[in-house]
Design a binder for this molecule. Structure first.
Ligand code: ZN
Length: 74
């Protein structure tokens, strides 16, 4: 069976040399990008759900309350 020398890191997706002695440390930026990429569908769905919520009466009240709090009237 063929084994590639390089494997993608399961956490950040970087190509890691399995034959190398050095321990792989995930770059925080790459880690964040990789995880966000994996969540892109959920992020898009969250935006839709927030917009849908803000159209309900409870959502309109929350938006009104938040705007009031931002203005310092609460
Ligand atoms: Zn990594």
């Amino acid at each position: 069976m063929f084994h590639s020398r390089y494997l993608p890191c399961p956490d950040c997706g970087a190509s890691v040399d399995r034959a190398g002695d050095s321990q792989h440390d995930c770059s925080p930026e790459r880690l964040a990008d990789y995880q966000l990429f994996g969540l892109r569908d959920e992020v898009a769905e969250l935006e839709t759900r927030v917009r849908d919520y803000l159209r309900t009466s409870a959502g309109r009240f929350d938006a009104w309350l938040a705007a009031r709090q931002v203005r310092g009237e609460a």
